[in-house]
Structure formats: C-alpha cells, structure tokens
Ligand binder design. Structure first.
Ligand code: CIZ
Ligand code: SF4
Length: 310
C-alpha cells in the first residue's frame, strides 16, 4: 500500500463505490471498530448483514463469522481481510471427529455454539450463542438428551444454569482460559467497588467469582446500566473500546492473565489490520464461500435458534 495514501478515506471511498458494508466484531482493534458500519457480536453482525442491501460484506472478524454471514446471505460476496484469522475454539472441534462422537449418542439432539465451522453447524440440530444457550436448552423437553459443543466451559455453565445433564465436547477458547484467579483476587482487593464481569467461555472457577456472566453484548449492556464506576473485564480486550465509549467516566480494567507473556488479545482477531481491510476491499479478496449444500444444511439449525429465541 502506498504510504501517502489516506487509508481510512480510501476504505470509505471503496466501500461506497462497491456498495459494501464493513462489519466489525467487538474484539477488533479500535481503529477498525471506528470505521465499521456495524459493531457487534458474531451473530448480531451476521443478522445485520442479512438485512442490508449491500452487495458485499467485509467481515472484520474471524473465519467462522464470515461463514455465518455467508450462510445467512448466500447471494452476497463475503470477504475476510485475512484468511488465516481462525479460532482456537472452532479448531478444537474438527467436523469428522465430531461426526464420530455424535454416532455414539444416536438419540441425542445436537446443540452447537455459533463459534464453530459451517460444516459443524451442518451436523447440528440447533445453533446457539452465549446470549441464548440457556434459553434454548430450557425450551426443550426435560427428558430430551442433548450433546453440546464445542465449548466445554459454556457447556458447563449451561449445565449449572439449567440443571440438565448435557454431553459435552471437550473444546475451549485459548483467550478465555488464560485468566488468573489469584491475580483477579488481588485486583478486586485493590478495587473493592469494582464489578467483576466474565464471558461464559471462561473456566468454571473464574465464573464462580463473577458479579455478572454474559455474552459480549450482555457485558456491554451491564456496564452501561450498572451504577458501579469500575469494572474488571474477563474477555477479549477489544470490547473495552465500546465499553469506554459508552461510559467515558467509568474505568475498565482487563482481567489479568496467568502468565506474564499472555494477554487477553485474540491472536486470530488481531490479524486484521486497516491495510488488510483496504486490500480486501480493493481486490475483493480473500473471499469466503461455501458449497450450496453446506449453506443449506447449516442454515436450518441457525433458523431453529432464531425461532426459539426471537
Ligand atoms: O469469543 C468469541 O469469539 C465471542 C464471544 C464471539 C461472539 O461474538 O459470540
Ligand atoms: Fe475464537 Fe477465542 Fe478468538 Fe473468539 S476469542 S475468535 S473464541 S480464539
């Protein structure tokens, strides 16, 4: 990219010229969030994408999110600034192994968290998000046997909340498993009035200490509505940008990780840069596409979720 180029202006120009929308996940860098047409969680963004009359969707997020946008908007061109922006949670559940796992439980219904590949969704009965997982399980008859995947921490949380016995796939997100209980305790002693809020992809012992557990949009809402002035936030640090924007006078502290070299940045999310966003709009590459059959099969469990939770 030409160093004299005003990259933000160019992105905006190309976006208009090509009738594109830019969707940015809460975990993106602040400069990308500030450029986006919509900012939100993975499903909210895909739903926004399906509603717009744009011809092209640039998904500043990770691969499974772009896939979800494609499933909900098959006629639109879906672009991802860096194809290597994957997801450790999604990777922890390869569809061929999950298909074998599923065979062991032929009378179980399969619920999968939206953070998984399109192929995995195609093997599912209902998709869920961290906002509606509890509600979806509760909507099913009490004796319904259920497999839940790929996130074991969200699965454990849903088990506790619903009192149901779910068969869990043993997957997890690398970002949400790094938090240190001891360091969070130290921080809470230092800021006794701070509320501690956590995403349900965090481990059990972290969630047990939280004042609030919820999805990214749930956490954001909580920080706006709660009268506390300080919040310790256990999720990917990108969300702090929207929290701070919505409540400029409040203080947001990222929950500390275990290890000195760890941080709460998702390495996949952070692969996206303004420069890649520009190239992606300019060349209309890389594109995320899916076989028609996968789109058709993966769409059904998403629609089932939307019917239950809306
Ligand atoms: O951990 C993630 O990637 C989350 C929470 C995504 C989303 O928006 O649901
Ligand atoms: Fe995947 Fe975790 Fe990154 Fe979300 S934060 S994209 S679940 S690795």
């Amino acid at each position: 990219v030409d160093p004299t180029l005003d990259i933000v202006a160019e992105i905006q120009r190309l976006k208009k010229e090509k009738n594109a929308v830019i969707l940015a996940h809460y975990y993106q860098d602040a400069e990308i969030q500030d450029l986006a047409d919509y900012i939100g969680d993975s499903l909210g963004l895909s739903q926004q994408a399906a509603k717009t009359d744009a011809d092209m969707i640039v998904f500043a997020g990770v691969h499974f999110m772009a896939e979800t946008a494609k499933i909900l908007s098959p006629s639109k061109k879906v672009l991802l600034p860096d194809l290597k922006a994957g997801c450790s949670l999604s990777d922890s559940c390869p569809p061929h192994l999950f298909a074998k796992f599923k065979e062991q439980y032929p009378d179980h219904l399969v619920i999968t968290y939206v953070n998984c590949t399109a192929e995995l969704k195609a093997l599912s009965d209902i998709v869920c998000t961290s906002s509606n997982a509890v509600e979806i399980v509760q909507s099913l008859p009490a004796d319904q046997k259920i497999i839940f995947g790929p996130d074991k921490n969200l699965g454990d949380y849903v088990k506790k909340k619903t009192g149901r016995d779910l068969v869990l796939w043993n997957g997890a997100c690398m970002v949400h498993e790094i938090f240190s209980q001891d360091k969070i305790n130290d921080l809470r002693n230092q800021f006794p009035d701070a509320k501690f809020i956590a995403h349900p992809e965090c481990e059990d012992h972290i969630l047990a200490q939280a004042d609030y557990v919820g999805s990214t949009s749930g956490m954001l809402k909580y920080t706006i509505e709660n009268s506390a002035q300080q919040f310790i936030v256990a999720t990917e640090s990108g969300i702090l940008h929207q929290m701070q924007k919505a409540s400029p006078m409040k203080t947001f502290i990222p929950a500390p990780p275990n290890n000195v070299c760890a941080c709460n940045d998702c390495p996949h999310m952070k692969l996206n840069t303004l420069e890649k966003l520009y190239n992606c709009l300019h060349y209309e590459l890389p594109e995320v596409d899916l076989p028609a059959q996968v789109i058709e099969r993966a769409r059904k469990p998403i629609e089932r979720m939307l019917e239950i939770s809306e």
